[in-house]
Design a protein around this ligand. Structure first.
Ligand SMILES: [Zn+2]
Length: 432
């Protein structure tokens, strides 16, 4: 249907468009926070001091600059790996090794993943030891950073490698409908991770201890029974081991579900504020946000795999992404090549969908906030959010377009106004 040059052109247009949009949005974000750096928005004037507001602006701009550099480096790497002949070179090289085509594909993935990892490392290092360090968030030593890296690699080998081998084996042995099998395997793996992450994986990196008895736990237990929520583990994670950022999250499902508070959050919030944050997290659970996300990802993954099954049969797909003519028969006979090229090229085409994902996520955040206002004190939630914005140096003045495209959470001012409107009039101050 397409010719190789036509597909190359389409790929280049998509790459330039995605790169252009990302860099343009990063520039807009930097310009916007810088322009609003010297005045706290009126809605926050009483709650956040000017130095904290300025810090948030500088922190946001520094992160955006690093993001822009990282985006550029990724684009250059993608070009080198595809049209620059990188994947073609790796295919030709693995063909010279006396192993089966299956292991040649595995080797190709390992080499490509290593190259991508090496390119991303300096950015990750810079983020932790330059930006986080400069703004007072980093608590990691170089030694801990290296230990984390080693654990992540070991985890990739222990989990990612068997999954890759299973997928390659299914592609090679299950005939025309291989993509249905791969889809089933992928979804099973996702569900397995959902259970394994809180119980087996996260504890490799952090300590989780049950929330200590006290005012906070009493309030939380009261909230859980009001919401009819049973059998959840309440844990405190030693987030302060790596960073000063505070957070809370909900993870797992069934018996493996648990609520996790960062110790940094517990230290900073009053008991009724912790209760309000938990009510928001419970909202995500009660409104089935995790299940909805999984259902969406199942549908999208199936569509994407059907597309891959179609591309894998077309010579223009390989030739259009830089596989030399002479290598085409070899490349098309190795299922891993189609998968590798597809995984590399897909993001430049799907970047147009990112705002939809962000919009969907923000919808869930609004819903969870509304849930929290029904079961906990809305004003305590607002106070908790303001503390979190301040402690995390999250900008209060994001560029509206950047926010619409990237942000999984609504902008601070919009979010707080919405919560306060749901809470009704301001509470009468308690008599002293
Ligand atoms: Zn949320």
């Amino acid at each position: 249907m397409l010719t190789a040059p036509a597909f190359t052109l389409l790929f280049l247009i998509a790459l330039c468009a995605s790169l252009g949009v990302r860099l343009w949005l990063a520039r807009r974000q930097i310009a916007h926070v810088t322009a609003h750096r010297d005045a706290v928005p009126t809605a926050f004037a009483e709650r956040i001091a000017l130095p904290a507001h300025r810090k948030a602006a500088d922190y946001t701009a520094a992160k955006q600059r690093l993001f822009a550099l990282n985006t550029l480096a990724d684009a250059v790497l993608l070009l080198l790996m595809t049209l620059g002949g990188g994947i073609g070179f790796i295919i030709a090289w693995t063909e010279t090794i006396a192993i089966s085509p299956f292991w040649r594909d595995v080797l190709m993935f390992v080499v490509t993943t290593l190259i991508a990892g090496v390119v991303s490392l300096p950015f990750s290092w810079r983020h932790t030891f330059r930006i986080e360090e400069r703004f007072g968030f980093n608590r990691m030593t170089q030694r801990l950073w290296l230990a984390d890296l080693a654990k992540a690699i070991a985890l990739g080998v222990a989990l990612g490698l068997p999954l890759l081998m299973l997928v390659l084996w299914l592609m090679a042995t299950t005939g025309t409908w291989w993509w249905i099998w791969v889809w089933a395997a992928w979804m099973a793996f996702q569900l397995l991770l959902l259970v394994a992450y809180p119980t087996l994986i996260a504890p490799l990196f952090n300590k989780f201890s049950p929330l200590a008895a006290g005012a906070a736990r009493d309030r939380i237990e009261g909230l859980l029974s009001r919401c009819g929520f049973t059998s959840a583990g309440l844990f405190v994670m030693d987030g302060s081991k790596r960073s000063g950022h505070g957070n809370a999250y909900f993870t797992g499902f069934g018996r493996a579900k648990r609520i996790v508070f960062f110790d940094t959050l517990i230290a900073r919030l009053a008991p009724e504020e912790i209760e309000a944050v938990l009510a928001h997290e419970l909202g995500h659970f009660k409104l089935k946000h995790v299940a909805k996300r999984i259902a969406w990802s199942a549908v999208i993954t199936l569509g994407v795999l059907a597309l891959l099954a179609y591309f894998a049969r077309e010579p223009w797909f390989y030739a259009g992404l830089g596989i030399p003519e002479a290598l085409l028969p070899t490349a098309m006979a190795r299922p891993g090549v189609a998968l590798q090229l597809f995984l590399l090229a897909l993001p430049v085409f799907t970047f147009v969908l990112e705002p939809l994902g962000s919009l969907y996520s923000r919808k869930h955040e609004f819903e969870a906030d509304a849930f929290a206002t029904r079961y906990a004190d809305a004003f305590a939630l607002v106070r908790a959010l303001v503390k979190l914005y301040e402690d995390n140096a999250a900008t209060l003045t994001p560029d509206p377009l950047h926010s619409a495209y990237h942000d999984s959470h609504p902008p601070a001012a919009v979010r707080i106004a919405r919560i306060e409107s749901l809470a009704g009039p301001l509470p009468i101050p308690a008599a002293v």
